[in-house]
Write a protein that binds this ligand. Structure first.
Ligand SMILES: Cc1cc2nc3c(=O)[nH]c(=O)nc-3n(C[C@H](O)[C@H](O)[C@H](O)COP(=O)(O)OP(=O)(O)OC[C@H]3O[C@@H](n4cnc5c(N)ncnc54)[C@H](O)[C@@H]3O)c2cc1C
Length: 506
């Protein structure tokens, strides 16, 4: 029999905001369906700088409340999933001609430490330590060091989707929201399965527009509710290079134009350099549209880092580049790098039915966005429970014992795993790695080896439990092994995934 439930929420978009709202709503007892036109996190939420941060730069724009809120969330998210949101120390090499005077940076860092007193992140320090100046040019002999956190953006999305699904949410990927009409006491929603091109209708009491940079497309072209854009789209690009410095710290480099660029250790053997701010006035297109980093953006980033590092980095050193589009609250087009990164949750009614839109926001504040957004829906769901996400652990988070003791017992139990692979499992899945490692005692028991430490047991788990449907879903969003795999290895994986997917769906 075909299920035709009346859902409380229909969520459009499986980025961090859609997944975060689904996780919060299910904890509050609402029934939820989430539809994502591509893969989970295939939009902006896998193309970020992957930082959970207060946003030191926003202090200059006097966005104190946003910075405080973000710093608080940094602690909250670290507690909810410490395997996924990990402290990272940043070095700011200082030379007055590179940007701000030393006293201003120090003042900013002290304010950063004081806006929210963190339980987990070390406070800022001045430094003259040679160890940190090794990869830098000799001119940089002093600077500062401060703390923020690094995450895997796509895994944070998927982990929230898992949390929602564990509490009963239905999650559909490759399913596009087409349109919706108010029909008495519910929205009649039409969705299209993008693999079969078939459409179906779904009933829900409330629509949630968490389509990120597609927010205006949903409001203007699918719901025909407005002609006015709510968003300013701003592209940002990143470069990935082979790791060329020792140490687990990142760098924050200042440009003379006031902008900043991060260089952070990435996936053990790589570094991530970004980002840029470029007005994006094209259409967002369909989920397969690839937005690329331009030559100018690449040159801008290389020029800046070459001002700081002894080693000259060039075009040939770049292994991979990606670009994402920030959905910012519409504002001053002439100064896009200074445009607010804050968010707005807006509820409007159509024939008495609620439509909630998430405008703007950052990865860092997603949990707070979900809390604020759902609080706005209280009048429509009077029996909705209060928010509990601040203290609810995310799937995979270590329960009962501390993380270090858990990691030690994991490494003892699976002592036959190569150390790098064990670390990757722990950083990606936390305790959930046990779901596919189970009672195995050797590598051959993990099945086919697709290369670069990707075994069948993990692939099967990702298809079965994490909505992976293609090799790209696995290589770029769930593991980032795409950086290491050869084309023939990726093709072998794609063939396996296609075959396996049909086994699961039939
Ligand atoms: C370059 C860059 C660097 C950044 N760095 C950071 C950082 O370090 N830290 C931080 O906190 N924030 C950062 N951000 C901001 C952060 O990444 C975004 O604010 C956040 O990912 C937006 O999430 P979202 O869920 O709103 O949008 P998205 O992730 O884009 O999700 C929206 C989803 O909706 C889907 N969708 C759209 N239309 C439909 C439809 N009709 N039917 C079904 N699905 C649909 C899309 O496919 C998409 O997956 C950065 C952003 C950029 C661009």
């Amino acid at each position: 029999m075909i299920k035709d439930p009346l859902y409380d929420l229909f969520i459009i978009g499986g980025g961090i905001h859609g997944a975060g709202i689904a996780a919060d709503a299910t904890l509050r007892g609402l029934s939820v369906i989430l539809c994502e036109q591509g893969d989970l996190a295939s939009g902006t939420s896998s193309h970020s700088s992957k930082l959970i941060h207060g946003g030191l730069r926003y202090l200059e724009q006097k966005e104190f409340s946003l910075v405080r809120k973000s710093l608080k969330e940094r602690d909250v998210l670290h507690q909810k999933a410490s395997y996924l949101v990990r402290p990272l120390r940043f070095v700011i090499p200082q030379q007055p001609q590179m940007g701000r005077p030393s006293w201003l940076i120090w003042l900013g860092l002290k304010l950063y430490d004081h806006l929210y007193h963190s339980k987990f992140f070390l406070s800022s320090q001045t430094m003259r330590d040679k160890i940190f100046s090794v990869p830098l040019k000799a001119a940089f002999q002093k600077g500062f060091i401060y703390s923020d956190a690094q995450t895997s953006d796509a895994r944070l999305v998927i982990t929230n989707a898992i949390a929602a699904h564990q509490k009963g949410a239905d999650i559909y990927t490759r399913t596009r929201f087409e349109t919706a009409q108010p029909m008495g006491n519910y929205w009649l929603v039409t969705v299209r399965d993008l693999l079969t091109e078939q459409t179906r209708t779904i009933r829900a009491k409330c629509l949630v527009n968490a389509a990120g940079p597609w927010l205006d497309d949903v409001l203007m072209n699918r719901l025909h509710l407005t002609h006015e854009k709510k968003l300013q789209l701003v592209k940002g690009s990143h470069l990935i290079l082979k790791r060329f410095y020792q140490g687990e710290h990142g760098y924050l480099f200042q440009h003379t134009d006031g902008r900043i660029v991060f260089v952070v250790p990435y996936q053990h053997d790589f570094v991530l350099i970004g980002t840029t701010d470029v007005l994006f006035e094209e259409s967002m297109g369909n989920p397969k549209t690839v937005i690329t980093a331009s030559v100018e953006e690449e040159q801008y980033l290389l020029r800046l880092v070459n001002e700081y590092f002894q080693q000259t980095l060039c075009h040939e050193d770049i292994l991979y580049r990606y670009a994402g589009v920030r959905p910012l609250v519409a504002g001053d087009k002439d100064n896009i790098s200074k445009q607010s990164r804050d968010y707005r949750c807006v509820v409007q009614e159509e024939q008495g039915l609620p439509l909630l839109s998430i405008v703007g926001g950052k990865l860092t504040t997603y949990r707070q966005v979900a809390e604020d957004a759902l609080n706005l829906l209280q009048p429509y769901f009077p029996k909705m429970k209060p928010c509990t996400t601040q203290h609810a652990l995310l799937p995979g988070a270590v329960i009962a014992i501390d993380e270090v003791s858990y990691e030690q017992s994991f490494l003892r139990r699976y002592s036959w795993l190569p150390p790098e692979l064990a670390q990757r499992y722990l950083r990606s899945y936390g305790m959930r790695a046990e779901l596919f490692l189970g009672e195995t005692h050797s590598l051959p028991e993990l099945g086919i080896h697709f290369g670069c430490g990707l075994y069948q047991a993990e692939v099967d788990y990702l298809i079965r439990e994490e909505w992976a449907q293609t090799s790209d879903d696995i290589l770029w969003r769930r593991t980032v092994l795409g950086l290491r795999m050869t084309l023939p290895q990726a093709v072998e994986l794609e063939n396996y995934v296609l075959e396996k997917k049909w086994t699961y769906s039939s």
